[in-house]
Design a protein around this ligand. Structure first.
Ligand code: CS2
Length: 498
């Protein structure tokens, strides 16, 4: 077998013909965008759209300078540097077809923890028109029970006192915007690409709280000059596995140390308000709309919540991936019922979208047998996901007298999962959550106090005080703890007791 070819700029012309390669002149690339959080999702989504735009127009001024703030980002920084910021996007279709494409839109990668000043300079440079973010739901430093910025976070305290060597995204944005104001030119746009409803408004609110404490005049300037467009982002992007790297090496003949895999579906709906210029992403499939509210709500309450429903129930049941769950008619039916009976009634209408079709398409996408989307990824950081994806559906149904049973079983499964850390058959679960210890402690108190888990206020707000909810929750807790056969409880909800 021939040696695989290392992915880098020099080797581009030698790569196998089956790959789609950048056709624009990468030697003239400049970064109009600085992006914080270069995970798989950024690389399958914004970096892909931008690559496609450059492919179609030949424009090279919308390159992306990647930024990682923490030492944990060193691995991706080193790999991208060795590959001249190139990587392969492996698009896996449900019928087995695979498209491999080398993405060339990243121009550079900077590590904030090594040199915060260089990152601030880059963001403050007048060529930067957009600073975009995928910092995960938890990165917004938002306390769900109060709705306010969390000033107790030690990194935030550090940043307030040390504006030139920040650790959080808020510290970086503040110092860079302070310099933009001093320079007298336009501000950059701050563009969130995370799964949060009104992600732009949320970023704005959190940033203004931080800046208001550090530099109130600057907060006024930001209010007047900086735009934070809301957006809905969508593309299922599982964690890259060694098998993906081997596939490229052995079947395609290319050595890429960290490719990204994703589904063919891709969507980006963005509010068209920018502080300065923006890329014409509409030329490559993004939609610019005046108000993104219905789209983001639909996506978060159906897709993301649907993922959590399958992820938590599936983990306790002993399944490993989303497609495995959906191939079980019990799980597929349960998901559909949750969407129809609980999520949809509190969603409102989404203009121009047939919700039934949207739900059908979600089940098809989740069922893509080539996208092995691990439940460990789906359940990761559930403590910041559920308050945004699932709990609002429960509280709104409680207000309206709607159904809550399907979602309640998910919360109970989450309690069992956090308490025991194993599936019903005793297999250890891989749990990653900033609040893992607190979740475990609260869940482990269930035997003494069946509402113990629900009393975690930062996650559940006042849910433990709602009598209708707690009655259902306590009933299900008792059943699941007596016999952790979650499928049996799902079955009973769907078809009644035999
Ligand atoms: C998933 C998302 O982890 C999760 O919560 O629901 O990462 C999901 O795959 C993406 O939002 C799809 O666009």
């Amino acid at each position: 077998m021939k040696e695989p070819i290392r992915l880098n700029q020099r080797n581009l012309s030698r790569l196998p013909e089956s790959l789609t390669l950048p056709t624009y002149d990468r030697s003239t690339l400049t970064a109009g965008i600085v992006h914080i959080g270069v995970g798989g999702f950024h690389r399958s989504h914004e970096a892909y759209y931008t690559d496609e735009l450059m492919q179609q127009t030949g424009q090279t001024h919308w390159g992306i300078c990647g930024v990682g703030l923490r030492d944990a980002d060193r691995k991706i920084a080193d790999i991208l540097k060795r590959q001249d910021y190139l990587y392969t996007l492996i698009v896996k279709h449900p019928d087995g077809k695979i498209e491999n494409r080398v993405i060339g839109s990243l121009t550079d990668f900077m590590l904030g923890c090594d040199d915060p000043g260089a990152v601030i300079d880059k963001m403050a440079s007048e060529t930067t028109k957009i600073v975009s973010l995928t910092i995960t739901e938890g990165g917004y430093n938002f306390n769900p029970s109060t709705g306010q910025f969390d000033f107790k976070n030690p990194d935030v305290k550090h940043d307030l006192a040390n504006p030139l060597s920040p650790r959080t995204v808020f510290g970086y944005l503040t110092e860079a915007l302070r310099r933009r104001r001093a320079a007298g030119g336009p501000a950059f746009t701050v563009q969130s690409c995370d799964n949060i409803q009104h992600n732009g408004d949320m970023t704005r609110k959190m940033l203004l709280s931080f800046v208001g404490k550090q530099d109130p005049d600057l907060a006024d300037w930001i209010e007047q000059n900086v735009q934070f467009p809301n957006a809905m982002v969508d593309r299922i992007t599982p964690v890259t596995t060694p098998a993906d790297i081997e596939y490229l090496e052995h079947e395609i003949g290319i050595k890429d140390e960290w490719p990204v895999t994703c589904e063919p579906f891709c969507q980006w709906v963005i509010e068209d308000r920018f502080s300065d210029d923006r890329p014409e992403w509409e030329k490559v499939g993004a939609q610019f709309v005046p108000d993104v509210t219905p789209y983001e709500k639909m996506k978060i309450r159906l897709l993301n919540a649907g993922h959590s429903v399958l992820g938590l129930l599936g983990s306790v049941h002993g399944y490993g991936t989303i497609d495995e769950c959906v191939s079980d008619p019990l799980f597929a039916t349960y998901l559909r019922r949750f969407m129809d009976f609980e999520a949809t009634p509190v969603l409102g209408t989404v203009e121009g979208i047939d919700l039934d079709e949207y739900k059908d398409s979600l089940i098809d996408r989740f069922g893509n047998p080539n996208i092995k989307d691990n439940l460990a990824r789906i359940c990761l950081e559930s403590s910041s996901k559920l308050p945004k994806f699932l709990i609002p559906t429960i509280t709104e149904n409680l207000e309206q007298g709607g159904s809550i049973e399907y979602a309640t079983l998910v919360i109970v499964a989450w309690c069992y999962y956090s308490d025991k850390g194993v599936s019903k058959d005793g297999h250890k679960l891989e749990i990653t959550d900033e609040m893992k210890a607190e979740l475990h402690k609260a869940a482990a108190g269930t035997k003494q106090d069946s509402l113990s888990f629900l009393k975690l206020k930062p996650v559940f707000g006042d849910l433990a005080r709602n009598k209708i909810f707690t009655a259902e929750y306590e009933r299900v807790v008792k059943e699941l703890y007596e016999n952790p056969d979650v499928a049996q409880l799902m079955q009973a909800l769907l078809f009644g007791r035999e």
